[in-house]
Design a protein. Structure first.
Length: 248
């Protein structure tokens, strides 16, 4: 299914992660509203990957296919899993991320703008159309969609939107992204434990600290999510993503 898109990554606008500067209160955007729903995030990322490659930006496969792809059938009967899928896509529709339309026996999912404002989706090609991160297909092809925890997935998306080396204080995650400090900590530490993220620390002056100093961490993504690997994935447009003989 991914091979049919003829590219190696999915572009996701920053507006999915974060409201623009100057927003009152937390700048958390649609991602924050999926921060406690792993199935809905999994569904959205996969629908986005399959629908955003070409106009008219829709993905249409049987419900049974989606149920298996995001593993809703692992701990439920098939009927219960299909019911869960319906609720998941209903939530995405309510968030203004997709529209759904039945055609024959299948449901088609029309992708909408990542901000959740309900407007039509257009694939970003220049920064005037909104800044975007690139989620490489290795996320699915190497099984990270099944092995990463939900906090790790949230923080991976946020990290992919950063510079090669970035600072993300735990106590700012709620203000900047609507993700709790505890979730940000678990996510970043989990990515480090999987060697998908490295960190270095320095001490900086801090008037709020009893000692006058605070430890500051700088992070860099590693492995298939390192900047060089992501750029390579972005250059695979039109190339075969699978080795001969591989399934999927």
């Amino acid at each position: 299914m991914l091979e049919g898109t003829n590219r190696g990554f999915v572009p996701i606008r920053r507006s999915f992660l974060q409201l623009p500067p100057g927003t009152e209160g937390s700048r958390g955007a649609t991602l924050a509203r999926l921060a406690r729903d792993s199935s809905a995030l999994d569904a959205y990322l996969l629908i986005h990957a399959l629908a955003s490659s070409s106009e008219p930006y829709f993905a249409g496969y049987p419900a049974a296919t989606w149920v298996q792809l995001i593993r809703l059938d692992e701990a439920a009967t098939f009927d219960a899993a299909k019911s869960r899928w319906s609720k998941v896509v209903g939530k995405l529709q309510k968030l203004g991320l997709i529209e759904r339309e039945r055609r024959g026996n299948d449901m088609q999912y029309q992708l909408l703008h990542e901000s959740g404002d309900g407007t039509e989706y257009t694939r970003p090609k220049k920064t005037s159309q909104g800044n975007w991160l690139r989620l490489p297909y290795s996320y699915w092809l190497d099984g990270y969609d099944t092995t990463l925890s939900h906090p790790e997935k949230l923080m991976l998306l946020i990290a992919l939107d950063q510079q090669k080396e970035f600072i993300l204080p735990f106590n700012q995650s709620a203000n900047w992204y609507g993700v709790s400090e505890a979730t940000a900590r678990r996510g970043l530490r989990g990515l480090e434990g999987r060697e998908l993220l490295s960190s270095t620390s320095t001490f900086v002056a801090s008037p709020r600290s009893p000692t006058g100093w605070a430890e500051q961490f700088r992070y860099t993504l590693q492995g298939p999510f390192a900047q060089a690997a992501v750029e390579k994935a972005a250059a695979t447009r039109g190339k075969v993503l699978f080795k001969p003989g591989e399934d999927s």
